[in-house]
Design a protein around this ligand. Structure first.
Ligand code: PLP
Length: 378
């Protein structure tokens, strides 16, 4: 039995919508683009959405539209997908890392103020694995210090913290729609904001610097081609309509894993914190501190040998060789990130996992832990 780590959930509605676009006269810059932008923005509770070809592109446009560049520092987390830090570097700014909270895996808000300097322009926090806890406090802190807050909500579409939705906390926020996310457009992303000028700037930047309504060969500024085709947007429109059911299905899978693995004291399981609604992105279990990275890697190997998709989520950004070389970061600098990263195991998680699959994965996981023996006694 093969059980994949993630899977998209495509219904006949998405297929029909794509066929509809293919039969129309607009494969790009057609009516599905504004339709997707407005339905997603409305779902999140934002005034404006700007659809682009990836979550990474969305961050790139937001940073440029906000004028962040050389000489600026951006405070972010070393426990994220690499794109968060890469784009800070791409625009010529300097990423400044703050370690994570051991409980939420999100940037530790209590350590941020110590890293603020006169060069700091923005905070760039992430709702890691969809958990929004503490992100409201991070964005409030940005406001207090007159800094921009750029919220990387790529893993948290639909999450809520203290009645505030992920994607509404930053001055600008952004989402991604790669097939492993809660909803997909194949490839895609979106900038969301309440700032009309910022949205207009992002629209121009994604489309070769053209201003809205200006001619095809009239370029007001240096721009990119980060457009998202109407084929992708059509998938997105149908997926947004199904988002509430996706969240419900994922919540149910998380509950099944909790029931199957909750009594295993060797594991630290993810959970929904007080005051939060988690739109589950992945299901990442963590081995207790008494285990080592070698133990974890053996478990990954054993699960894979049994056809069970799994991954170490994430690898610390500050220890990626090109980052370490560029920024002079090193082992030991962000101990919580390193401790967590050495012990995480993402197990199969998507809308349509069955109880039988949950049981197969959970039993395989328990058996691989059994075969490690008592940690610390090897
Ligand atoms: C998925 C993701 C992105 C962007 O992903 P793309 O592959 O560029 O769409 C950015 N940040 C985080 C935290 C992500 O999980």
């Amino acid at each position: 039995m093969q059980i994949g780590l993630s899977s998209q959930d495509i219904s006949q509605a998405e297929i029909d919508a794509v066929v509809g676009v293919l039969k129309s006269s607009h494969l790009s810059l057609g009516p599905k683009l504004p339709e997707f932008e407005s339905i997603l923005a409305r779902y999140v509770g934002r005034k404006y959405g700007v659809a682009v070809n990836s979550g990474t592109s969305a961050l790139h446009l937001a940073m440029i539209a906000l004028g962040i560049g050389p000489g600026d520092e951006v405070i972010t987390t070393p426990f994220s997908f690499i794109a968060t830090t890469n784009i800070v570097l791409m625009v010529g700014a300097t990423p400044v890392f703050v370690d994570i909270d051991e409980d939420t895996y999100n940037i530790d808000v209590s350590q941020i103020e110590a890293k603020i300097t006169p060069k700091t322009r923005a905070l760039l926090p992430v709702e890691v694995f969809g958990n929004p806890k503490g992100l409201d406090k991070v964005c409030d802190l940005a406001k207090k210090h007159d800094l921009l807050c750029i919220e990387d909500s790529c893993e948290a579409l639909g999450s809520v913290v203290n009645s505030r939705k992920a994607g509404t906390l930053g001055d600008v926020s952004f989402f991604a729609f790669y097939p492993n996310k809660q909803m997909t457009t194949g490839e895609g992303g979106m900038v969301v904001t309440d700032d009309e000028n910022l949205a207009a700037m992002c629209k121009s930047l994604r489309n070769q610097g053209r201003d809205e309504g200006a001619g095809w060969l009239a370029h007001a500024r240096l721009g990119y081609n980060f457009r998202l085709s109407d084929i992708n947007c059509a998938i997105g429109v149908e997926q947004v309509k199904r988002m509430d059911s996706f969240i419900e299905k994922r919540r149910n899978v998380a509950k099944m894993y909790q029931e199957a693995l909750g009594d295993d004291s060797r594991l630290i399981l993810p959970y929904e914190p007080e005051g939060c609604l988690v739109s589950w992105f992945v299901y990442v279990v963590r081995l207790q501190d008494s285990y080592t990275q070698e133990h974890r890697d053996k478990v990954l190997e054993s699960l894979r040998a049994q056809g069970i998709g799994c991954s170490n989520y994430f690898s610390p950004i500050h220890l990626q060789p090109f980052i370490a070389e560029k920024l002079g970061t090193r082992v030991g600098q962000f101990p919580v990130t390193e401790k967590v990263a050495q012990r995480t195991i993402a197990i199969p998680f998507h809308n349509n996992i069955t109880r039988e699959q949950v049981d197969v994965v959970s039993n395989a996981l328990s058996k691989s832990l059994d075969s490690l023996g008592e940690p610390g006694l090897s």
